[in-house]
Design a protein around this ligand. Structure first.
Ligand SMILES: [Zn+2]
Length: 442
């Protein structure tokens, strides 16, 4: 297949009249359209306004999709313990599948082709199967919670780690290696030392398995961990083995100098979630500082209850603007830096090689957008448009491993109308679960 248009190869390279040739699951060639038309005269041709690498959502909660709008404008602990966790606890296996499908549908529709997905404690199989069916690439993990957790989510460390191992054996490398596993403690507050150390042991026992958790999102979390362990949160995670090149930490909003040194020295990846940090008033993650230290910073939408969309273009824009305001410096966090966070940096965090740019021999994860929009006129600078002006709705093509998942804006791998209809029905039945779960706040 031959895709032509303005090609964003990576943050530093734009081909105005370019072309990407896809063979099987990989990119066969990238270059000027005229030249490749001669070299590949018999390939099926498709034209787009803009082509770019598929975006990487490096911290999302697909299974929270049914909680969109249930907990706006609330204090974090109310948000978490009275709404989000009870919602997760209440979901049946069927509802979890609906939630996951809704999340993957929204991601595929809006240009995210790879996600690092923090699932829930229960029914993780349904999300793995949904990701496989819809065709997205992802690093997914069942959540571990063995203390300070509401009924329905609290699970012993041994039990949670054993279930994680079963899922690793079943799904790590599944669906032609599009799906991989991350051992996923919720955060240090809800996990014992035994659980956190066990997470490291489990990841070490299986090649390519990553570790993904939340870290230093808000001050009360840090105070709780410090009160219990005597250590700052990142030092505690480092102590129990949860730092390193295979570890992705979401947020890292509140870190001190010594914690930042640990992140840099260990090669730990950080996922910045600007919309979530703003909506929950968590603070501003110092991502410019992280970047200057050589820490790999990716970007993610977090979950629908704290965002409320999974549109990755919004996140690039917010991420840039927030740093500029924080530093009172309009030069900070440029469009190309944010684009790198959402592509190549995200691919590095997820651990997929040859992903995050449109290069010969790399994986054919490609997104196409329309720019036939008032909002995109005139189009002086395609990269500027993608970061500051584009919306997920502009996406018309999503491809993973050379397989078209979205064509003319329509999902090809499942019935999108049916997914939305199923989701509407589940939301209607959530109220009674929520009422019952409200009582379990610690
Ligand atoms: Zn999160």
């Amino acid at each position: 297949m031959m895709l032509s248009g303005t090609v964003i190869v990576d943050a530093g390279t734009v081909l105005d009249d370019g072309c990407v040739v896809v063979e099987g699951s990989h990119i066969e060639a990238v270059g000027p359209r005229e030249e490749l038309l001669d070299r590949y005269p018999n390939h099926e041709r498709r034209a787009y306004d803009l082509l770019m690498p598929g975006l990487v959502g490096a911290h999302v909660h697909s299974v929270q999709s049914l909680g969109r709008g249930i907990a706006d404008d609330l204090e974090l602990l109310d948000w978490l313990f009275e709404y989000v966790l009870p919602m997760e606890a209440s979901l049946s296996a069927e509802e979890m599948e609906v939630a996951a499908k809704l999340g993957y549908l929204e991601m595929i529709e809006s240009g995210t082709t790879t996600c690092i997905d923090h699932l829930s404690v229960n029914h993780a199989d349904r999300a793995f199967e949904a990701a496989g069916e819809l065709g997205i690439r992802g690093v997914l993990g069942k959540v571990l919670m063995d203390q300070r957790s509401p009924a329905g989510l609290l699970e012993g460390a041994d039990e949670g780690l054993a279930e994680s191992e079963r899922l690793i054996e079943r799904y790590h490398g599944a669906f032609d290696d599009r799906i991989r596993y991350a051992v996923t403690p919720r955060f240090a507050v809800s996990c014992t030392e035994e659980c956190l150390r066990g997470a490291r042991e489990l990841a070490d026992a299986h090649e390519g398995v990553r570790i993904h958790t939340h870290a230093s999102e808000n001050r009360s979390e840090i105070a709780t961990v410090e009160g219990e362990t005597g250590l700052r949160n990142i030092h505690w995670l480092d102590e129990v083995g949860l730092t390193g090149e295979d570890v992705v930490l979401a947020h890292c909003v509140h870190t001190d100098e010594s914690e930042r040194e640990v992140l840099a020295e260990t090669g730990t990846h950080v996922t910045h979630c600007p919309s979530s940090n703003m909506k929950l008033a968590s603070g501003i993650a110092p991502i410019e500082d992280y970047r200057e230290r050589g820490i790999n910073v990716a970007i993610g939408n977090d979950g629908p209850p704290c965002n409320n969309t999974l549109d990755p273009f919004t996140e690039m824009r917010q991420g840039s603007l927030l740093q500029k305001v924080d530093r009172l410096d309009p030069v900070a966090a440029s469009a190309s830096q944010l684009f790198e966070m959402a592509t190549i940096n995200g691919a590095r965090a997820a651990g997929f090689e040859e992903l995050g740019a449109l290069r010969e021999g790399w994986r054919a994860d490609i997104v196409g957008l329309t720019t036939d929009l008032t909002r995109a006129t005139p189009l002086h600078d395609p990269l500027s448009h993608l970061v500051y002006g584009a919306h997920g709705d502009d996406v018309v093509l999503s491809m993973v491993d050379g397989r078209v998942l979205l064509e003319d804006g329509e999902l090809t791998t499942a019935d999108a109308d049916a997914i939305r209809e199923d989701a509407r029905e589940v939301v209607l039945s959530l109220d009674e679960h929520r009422e019952a779960a409200d009582r379990v706040r610690p």
